[in-house]
Design a protein around this ligand. Structure first.
Ligand code: PLP
Length: 380
């Protein structure tokens, strides 16, 4: 028997409470009960985004909200600066190019965080740049970019907005949209929000809504101005993903009950235990200096095939982790601890790492990683 468990950075495990909530009979979205439900969801999302702005809910995967961020704030021929330090940074560039927006890439070595000084330099050199697009947590490399520092640079420039893909950062690490002055925050359902895939979220600052007034890129399904008007009446332009919204209410309740501060602390602790355990096994982290607390990217040791590592996690122990993408294919594994994870899940992942490495002939002292993880988890 193999019990399958998700340790991937999306989709992530869905709590039983959320699954049960979604299993109820289908509701109609023109029913008054739906408006009560959606009102509660809108409040909960503002809490998680740490914003007074409306958080719009779209029926799409996270990339839909990325696309909406671009086509609602920019115009054809606009100049943008895109931080490209991984697969999702590249995606920002691809979306902009698809819409005829001129991309100035700021390439960052995969596994490293962007130097905010380089963003300032690029903006000074090209004052026409209308937006800086970046990931908070770059899921393909396990890096956390310094969003607060970047926001400090962008917020005083009237002609430039900061657009942040927080799909694997929201609900993991502190990212107070209003307080830091982030203009657009994008997220998705299947990461720290502990839901199945299918919902995307986007919030715009007053400055970004000003950009939306002038943006001329084509849009229909993702017209955020129209979505805002109906959202404030607890409705949506098109049929909402009703079951997911029902699940979202439950997931938001769970986050509220735990408290955002504690949610951040839990992720930080699980991430630290994972990183230190990997190091105790003699392994190297891909992002040692600026790690994301959503996942840990670990380099496959010399002579061990990363693809085989990932495969054995799943085939032998049922743990579904992620491998490397593009240039990192076969070179790393990514173990997620984002969303519905607790300390014992980490022990399980670290123990599996030891067993799989041993099976592949890598010299590992069984229990060495588990010991370090337990020490960290028990000290908290
Ligand atoms: C998962 C993820 C996405 C993509 O989301 P989809 O839901 O697959 O469209 C984008 N950016 C980051 C940082 C992610 O982690």
């Amino acid at each position: 028997m193999i019990k399958k468990q998700l340790f991937s950075p999306g989709p992530t495990p869905v709590p039983e409470r959320v699954l049960l909530a979604m299993a109820g009979p289908m509701m109609h979205h023109r029913d008054p009960g739906y408006e009560v439900l959606f009102q509660e969801v809108r409040e909960g999302l503002k809490y998680v985004f740490q914003t007074k702005q409306e958080v719009l809910v779209l029926a799409s995967s996270g990339t839909g909200a990325m696309e909406a961020a671009v086509c609602n704030t920019l115009s054809r021929g606009d100049e943008v600066l895109v931080v490209r330090g991984g697969k999702f940074g590249e995606r920002w560039g691809e979306i902009c190019e698809a819409y005829g927006v001129n991309v100035t890439p700021l390439d960052v070595t995969w596994g490293q965080a962007v130097d905010p000084g380089l963003i300032k330099k690029a903006l000074d050199a090209k004052p026409a740049i209308k937006a800086v697009l970046v990931q908070a947590s770059e899921t393909s490399t396990g890096v956390m970019h310094p969003i607060k520092e970047i926001a400090d640079i962008v917020k005083n420039r009237a002609g430039t907005i900061l657009i942040v893909d927080a799909i694997s950062a929201l609900g993991v690490s502190d990212l107070p949209m209003d307080q830091w002055g982030i203009d657009v925050v994008v997220s998705g359902s299947q990461k720290a929000l502990m839901l199945p895939p299918g919902l995307a979220f986007i919030a715009l600052s007053a400055k970004a809504w000003g950009f939306a007034e002038k943006a001329n890129l084509p849009k229909f399904y993702f017209n955020l101005k129209e979505e805002l008007a109906v959202a404030q009446k607890n409705q949506s332009q098109f049929t909402p993903a009703i079951s997911l919204i029902v699940g979202l209410r439950e997931a938001l309740k769970m986050l509220k009950e735990e408290g955002l501060e504690n949610v951040f602390k839990r992720h930080a602790l699980l991430a630290r235990a994972t990183r230190e355990a990997a190091k105790a096994l003699g392994l190297e982290l891909l992002a040692p200096t600026a790690p994301s607390d959503a996942l840990t990217a670990i380099k496959a040791p010399e002579g061990v095939d990363g693809k085989k590592l990932k495969k054995n996690f799943e085939d032998q122990f049922g743990l579904i982790i992620a491998g490397g993408q593009s240039q990192l294919k076969g070179k790393i594994i990514r173990i997620a601890h984002i969303g519905y994870f607790q300390s014992l899940d980490i022990i399980q992942a670290v123990s599996t790492l030891e067993l799989v490495l041993k099976g592949l002939g890598y010299p590992v002292k069984l229990g060495a990683g588990v010991k370090v993880a337990e020490e960290i988890l028990s000290a908290a």
